[in-house]
Design a binder for this molecule. Structure first.
Ligand code: 1GP
Length: 239
């Protein structure tokens, strides 16, 4: 089964590890794997070098029995030590660099240097707080109260042909993407739907899981209270 098929089936929990924030990344990865996470995303908005990325991904791969997937915030975050890459286009950025500029450079790097990576074209849609991702990518985040605008982006992403859509409230966001927005986007986007940002409790994870996304991501919680991951994974699976 390839990564895309894996992401398409059922509902999954992925743990985000940001090498810039998580010095003790192997400890977090072990907690997450023990908790039953279905995959590890590696990446971040700022401060990650290519050699650091390579080392972190290789170390995590050496303990992980689940896919390890790149979630790159910049061109320096590509390595073929991973199983695949979310090839992100920030649809609501106001700067063309984040919509297609970085992708043109990244595509050549992947084709020449990392051809084994499975590439998952991903519409990155930033909502509400947006966190560092929203700020760095010069985005105009969709207000939490406007599922209709999120739906418009989801329809566009579907018609353009993106394989996945990542609905992002931003790492550490004070509020996650509201369930009614997840529901609206789920209806409008036919392929893999990933939701993340600001999910810190099993109640919130469950309320989002009930709207039928394919993947729910937690990062800050994994850094701050990895012992709570088991509860989150169970809430998602039992929705
Ligand atoms: C950020 O969606 C991810 O890109 C995870 O967010 O750190 O808030 O869990 P948190």
């Amino acid at each position: 089964m390839n990564l895309y098929e894996y992401l398409s089936q059922g509902i999954k929990h992925f743990t985000l590890i940001d090498p810039d924030k998580s010095v003790d990344y192997l400890r977090i990865a072990r907690y997450a794997l023990e908790a039953g996470t279905d995959g590890i995303l590696v990446g971040g908005s700022l401060g990650i070098t290519a050699s650091q990325m390579e080392k972190v991904v290789k170390d995590i791969k050496s303990v992980a029995n689940v896919p390890v997937v790149l979630f790159p915030g910049s061109l320096s975050q590509l390595t073929d030590a991973a199983d695949g890459v979310l090839f992100l286009s920030v649809l609501n950025s106001l700067d063309p660099y984040f919509i297609i500029g970085a992708q043109v450079h990244g595509a050549v790097l992947i084709a020449k240097h990392y051809p084994r990576l499975e590439v998952i074209s991903t519409a990155y849609v930033i909502v509400g707080d947006g966190g560092a991702a929203g700020f760095v990518s010069m985005s105009k985040p969709i207000p939490y109260t406007r599922p209709d605008i999120a739906t418009a982006y989801a329809l566009a992403a579907g018609y353009i042909g993106f394989k996945a859509l990542y609905l992002e409230a931003g790492s550490g966001a004070p509020q996650p993407v509201p369930p009614d927005m997840v529901r609206a986007v789920r209806k409008a986007f036919p392929r893999v739907l990933i939701v993340g940002g600001g999910i810190r409790s099993s109640e919130v994870a469950r309320s989002i899981a009930r709207e039928g996304p394919n993947v729910i991501v937690t990062g800050t919680l994994a850094e701050e209270s990895p012992e709570k991951l088991g509860e989150i994974v169970r809430a998602i699976k039992q929705r």
